[in-house]
Design a protein around this ligand. Structure first.
Ligand code: SF4
Ligand code: SF4
Length: 193
């Protein structure tokens, strides 16, 4: 059966009318920033104070895109007669985001909570070589990491918080305690006059 003249136009107008009445889903990025879920995998932030250079993240990364350099430093004994200790000092920590597949394994395996997901995603580059980001940049991203969700009210207090709270209470108690009395002042020795 031949098509009715104008039926195509009517169908098109019907689609237009249907769409006009629906809620818009297009995000006006970059004029309006998107609202991202809290656990968005945007980029990896490094909290380098926690990093002990154990190399676990670099070894477990399936893409071998974490580059770490370090050197050893000798720490003198804390007390006379004590033993010197050696510790690793971080020289370089970089991630090549042109290779990274955002699997999160490095973050999961880090035993010292030094790596975190940040929702930051605006780090596109026109040159692929500039997607290797060094420790300063990774550290800057650390400050964009959202705070962890609140604990369940019935959950046990984390041991780090409990230790910090006890230390703060002890310090406050020491500051509030009255100063210890000095040596008692007795009568002036005879013969001083
Ligand atoms: S997210 Fe995965 S691929 Fe990316 S650096 Fe970490 S372990 Fe490697
Ligand atoms: S696993 Fe954690 S502590 Fe070990 S080198 Fe990587 S970031 Fe540092």
């Amino acid at each position: 059966m031949p098509p009715i003249p104008g039926s195509g136009l009517a169908k098109g107008l019907a689609v237009t009318l249907r769409t006009m009445t629906k809620k818009t889903v297009t995000e006006q990025y970059p004029d309006v920033q998107p609202e991202l879920p809290p656990r968005t995998r945007g980029v990896i932030g490094l909290f380098e104070e926690n990093c002990t250079v154990c190399m676990l993240c670099a070894r477990e990364c399936p893409d071998w895109c974490i580059y770490i350099d370090s050197h050893k430093e000798t720490v003198p004994a804390a007390a006379p007669g004590g033993r010197e200790r050696s510790r690793n000092v971080l020289d370089r920590f970089a991630i090549d985001f042109s290779l990274c597949m955002y699997c999160g394994i490095c973050i999961e395996v880090c035993p010292f909570d030094a790596l975190f997901w940040s929702p930051e995603f605006e780090y596109a580059e026109t040159d692929i070589r500039e997607l290797t980001h060094e420790r300063d940049k990774l550290r800057d991203w650390m400050w964009t990491v959202p705070a962890p969700p609140a604990l369940d009210p019935a959950a046990e207090e984390p041991k780090e918080l409990a230790a910090a709270r006890k230390a703060a209470e002890k310090l406050a108690a020491a500051q509030e305690a009255p100063a210890a009395p000095g040596p008692a002042s007795g009568p002036a020795p005879e013969g001083d006059a």
